[in-house]
Design a protein. Structure first.
Length: 85
């Protein structure tokens, strides 16, 4: 039972990665839109905001994916290595 709970928790965390990527891009685009309206720099604020959001969002995706893979591999090594030599 505890393995199923860990698996469900890991799945729930990974399912939110795409949403976080979209939120980062949209959030930075809105920030760029505000910048464009405030300083009349159209379309550079939105473009720079989209790039910054994409870079930050992809960094977060890669970071969370690597953490999840490390957790999955360390858990499988522990379960296979119990009492075996």
């Amino acid at each position: 039972m505890p393995e199923e709970a860990k698996s469900a928790s890991r799945l729930a965390r990974l399912s939110g990665i795409g949403i976080e990527l979209v939120a980062a891009v949209v959030g930075f685009m809105f920030l760029g839109y505000w910048w464009d309206r405030h300083f009349a720099t159209r379309p550079w604020g939105v473009l720079i905001g989209a790039v910054l959001g994409l870079v930050g969002g992809l960094y977060n995706v890669v970071r969370q994916s690597l953490v999840s893979v490390r957790e999955a591999t360390s858990g499988s090594k522990k379960s296979k290595g119990d009492g075996e030599r």
